[in-house]
Unconditional design. Structure first.
Length: 376
């Protein structure tokens, strides 16, 4: 039931994936580990769709794991001097300075402290897929909260904010810079926008069970309600060809655990992986600069944000401490970069769990992977 390769010492991770597939906890999934420069775990199994096996090249939507791919793209531009993390966004994107946003810095966009976690106007899925139009609306948005203060998770608009910046600073869309300058050099299988000829490789998402959260108890002006449902993204929408083609850099990325780990390993390995240097170590260190620490105004959970990534926090207990950066996607996908042990762990399922930052299934994969690393 499980295919792929697994180095000696990581058998417990293979056994966990096999057990979860057999029990139906996972329908189809992949898990990968890059450790000290080597892809030591590259496993997959189950079904991509009913009757269609999950193969080596199957990809699945990873929800907010996409955000750290988009953030890495901006960090690459910063490393090259094309953007400055401490510069005003309006320096590159003048329209964004409207309505008191002139003081929003590039690092505020990356750390979810921009004060613009969503759109005030009604937004449709078609608007998201239009790309530049939805970003232009954000430029004209009034801040929902003070920039540079408490985080307000940019749950859906994060990719549009970064795309608006990248288009103006680099002259290319975010998805193109990611494909050509970030994933491309490593041959990594992760896409922000799936071409028509690659769509047959996509696994279908399976909706999670009800979360048990009574959203009717939240006030109407709750940031969570104003962002999560504007627009509401459900698997029935995200399994369509139109959505998969779209380059939504907050939640719309598609990849497998191997591809996620191979892109992100550049972070856990000091900026260089597979013989290619993508970032200087000074840029990596900026990721670990705490930008916000405390209850997030959208997620309603305590979160610690560095620049572009989450940092260790009690609300994600399986993420190891130390010099670690990570992020997770709705439903359970995750990537963790542990710089101290030169390790990246990635997990990409198609059966979604009730999961925002942590859940028992994802936590088990992380704990098992890092316990294997600790025993090496």
């Amino acid at each position: 039931m499980v295919d792929g390769s697994c180095a000696e010492g990581f058998a417990p991770l293979r056994d966990l994936l096999a057990s979860n597939l057999a029990d139906g906890i996972d329908a189809g999934a992949a898990v990968a580990v890059v450790h000290d420069g080597e892809l030591v775990v590259d496993l997959w199994g189950g079904e991509a769709r009913p009757g269609v096996p999950w193969r080596a090249d199957t990809v699945v939507m990873t929800w907010s794991v996409t955000k750290v791919m988009a953030a890495l793209t901006v960090l690459v531009l910063a490393d090259r001097g094309i953007v400055d993390l401490d510069q005003r966004v309006a320096h590159y994107w003048p329209e964004f300075g409207a309505h008191g946003k002139d003081g929003v810095l590039v690092r505020h966009l990356l750390s979810h402290t921009s004060g613009v976690p969503g759109w005030s106007r009604p937004v449709t899925v078609e608007d998201l897929l239009a790309g530049a139009r939805a970003a232009d609306w954000l430029a004209d948005e009034e801040p929902w909260c003070a920039p540079g203060g408490r985080s307000a998770y940019q749950i859906v608009d994060h990719g549009h904010l970064l795309d608006g910046l990248v288009r103006r600073a680099a002259g290319r869309p975010l998805a193109d810079v990611f494909r050509e300058d970030v994933a491309g050099p490593f041959g990594a299988d992760f896409m922000i926008g799936v071409p028509e000829e690659e769509q047959h490789r996509c696994a279908d998402l399976i909706a999670p069970p009800p979360s048990g959260v009574d959203y009717s108890q939240l006030p109407p002006d709750s940031f969570l309600l104003r962002t999560m449902a504007n627009p509401l993204l459900v698997p029935a929408v995200c399994n369509t060809a139109a959505w998969r083609r779209g380059a939504v850099g907050s939640v719309g990325g598609h990849g497998n655990a191997r591809g996620v780990a191979q892109v992100q390993a550049v972070v856990s390995h000091g900026g260089e992986y597979a013989g290619r240097r993508l970032l200087q170590e000074t840029t990596i260190e900026r990721i670990l600069d705490v930008q916000a620490d405390g209850p997030d105004q959208v997620l309603l959970q305590a979160v610690t944000f560095g620049i572009g990534f989450g940092l260790p926090t009690p609300s994600a207990p399986a993420v190891p401490g130390g010099r670690t950066c990570w992020w997770s996607g709705y439903g359970g996908a995750v990537v963790v970069n542990a710089l101290d042990s030169r390790t990246t762990v990635a997990y990409t399922p198609n059966r979604m769990a009730s999961h925002l930052l942590a859940s028992p299934r994802t936590d088990a994969y992380l704990r098992t992977a890092f316990s294997c690393v600790d025993r090496l």
